[in-house]
Design a binder for this molecule. Structure first.
Ligand SMILES: Cc1ncc(COP(=O)(O)O)c(C=O)c1O
Length: 414
């Protein structure tokens, strides 16, 4: 992570010592670097500028309101997948005219909310969903812009649990069915079918699946054009990996222009992980260290309820002590959380810096799909989130209290 360095053996984020932060804030907590977030969003805009796209940041990666306000001040709209995310985007000052509503199972209530609020585009995931949008828009005497999310049947070569673009996945509409929907375009009176969308997976490291998808989209767009239909939007989704990515995003943008530029549609991107992942860390304390005979366990006060990625899809997060240590313990070690599940495990290593109970560690690259996926499992309050801006620490989400946690159940039992 940029702007996370040891200064006199103590880890600093921007200009703030993490040890210093732990004196005021109980662990575990998330910390984000404002500077990294700004650089990531600026770099993304720069990389895709030849396409002059609409960039709709994907809230599911990290939907903290302060973070959304910051990103939207740099020109992002939002990609949302629920009424909750739609409301949070609006709460953050993002206009519905900059919101794309994706999601494989939108309810009538959610569609009604989006249409009522003049959503820029609803990405449709099934033939029956169009009929529901048509009916709801008709009841409101409105016309809703929609795009068809295509399932291109492309394997994005990422972890199977974050693969979304093959016919084994629940997402999108098969190409032949999507073409038929475009052929029937004039049947719809209250939807304006004028776009296509894809999202083939997340944390994708190679360009090949994207290139394959672009070719499929080109072929699809040509078929649409031969029906006399000109598309307004082509939404290319998200999925770009921030780590070990084997290509430059500019290459992807160039290939997009080459394959799809002739269709004169507005391009949309829905980046999530690439914007926020390496802007965040999870700070945690070692509760206990024990030896099972087979290995050493370092047990943290952060668990899979705070950061579920390793348990859910084998994500690997580097872990560093906040005090630099030159002494290495050459014992097989598993760094785990306190949750009553064996899958509550962050990292297995053959050696680790020599640390003690009470020491603090930092789990790296936790800014995407970290706080946004956290839960109250084992009745653990949601962790605080802090934004670091040079030498300042701002609380952007308070740690949840037990009162807040019990509130809805107490109302009922009293
Ligand atoms: C439809 C859609 N768009 C965008 C994204 C964001 O993906 P990423 O965070 O990999 O950029 C996702 C993530 O699952 C998604 O489902």
């Amino acid at each position: 992570m940029k702007y996370l360095n040891y200064a006199e053996s103590c880890l600093e984020i921007e200009q703030v010592s993490i040890e210093h932060i732990t004196q005021d804030h109980p662990t575990p907590f998330y910390c984000y670097s404002k500077k990294v977030l700004i650089e990531n969003i600026s770099d993304f805009f720069e990389s895709v500028k030849i396409l002059d796209p609409k960039v709709c940041y994907s809230l599911k990666a990290n939907s903290n309101i302060s973070l959304l306000k910051l990103l939207s001040s740099y020109g992002t709209g939002a990609d949302v997948v629920s009424e909750g995310e739609f409301r949070k985007a609006m709460e953050s000052g993002i206009k519905p005219s900059d919101i794309v509503f994706s999601g494989v199972g939108k309810t009538d209530e959610e569609l009604t909310f989006a249409i009522k609020n003049n959503c820029f585009q609803i990405n449709i995931e099934s033939g029956s969903e169009i009929l529901r949008v048509e009916k709801i828009a008709n009841q409101m005497s409105k016309t809703q812009s929609i795009a068809i999310r295509l399932n291109p049947d492309v394997d994005s070569k990422t972890h199977e649990k974050i693969t979304t673009g093959t016919k084994e996945n629940k997402f999108g509409i098969p190409l032949h069915e999507a073409l038929q929907i475009f052929k029937d375009k004039n049947k719809y009176k209250n939807v304006d079918l004028n776009g296509i969308a894809v999202h083939i997976g997340s944390d994708i490291k190679t360009l090949k699946p994207f290139l394959k998808t672009l070719k499929i989209l080109k072929d699809f767009c040509e078929k649409i054009r031969s029906l006399g239909i000109e598309l307004n939007t082509i939404d290319l989704g998200g999925g770009l990996s921030p780590h070990e990515r084997e290509f430059d995003i500019k290459e992807f943008a160039l290939a997009t222009k080459k394959e799809l530029g002739e269709f004169n549609a507005k391009f949309i991107f829905e980046p999530g992980r690439i914007i926020s992942a390496d802007a965040g860390i999870l700070v945690t304390k070692i509760v206990s260290i024990k030896d099972s005979g087979a290995k050493k366990f370092i047990i943290l006060d952060a668990g899979m309820n705070d950061l579920i990625r390793p348990a859910l899809y084998d994500a690997s997060h580097e872990i560093l002590p906040i005090k630099e240590s030159t002494k290495i313990s050459k014992i097989p070690t598993e760094i785990v959380g306190p949750i009553c599940e064996s899958s509550d495990s962050f990292l297995k290593v053959d050696e680790f810096p020599d640390v003690s109970e009470g020491d603090y560690l930092v789990i790296m690259n936790a800014g995407a799909y970290g706080a946004s996926m956290s839960s109250n499992y084992n009745i653990r309050p949601l962790a605080a989130e802090l934004l670091i801006d040079k030498d300042r620490v701002k609380i952007i989400r308070k740690k949840q209290s037990f009162d807040e946690l019990f509130h809805n159940e107490k109302e009922i039992s009293n």
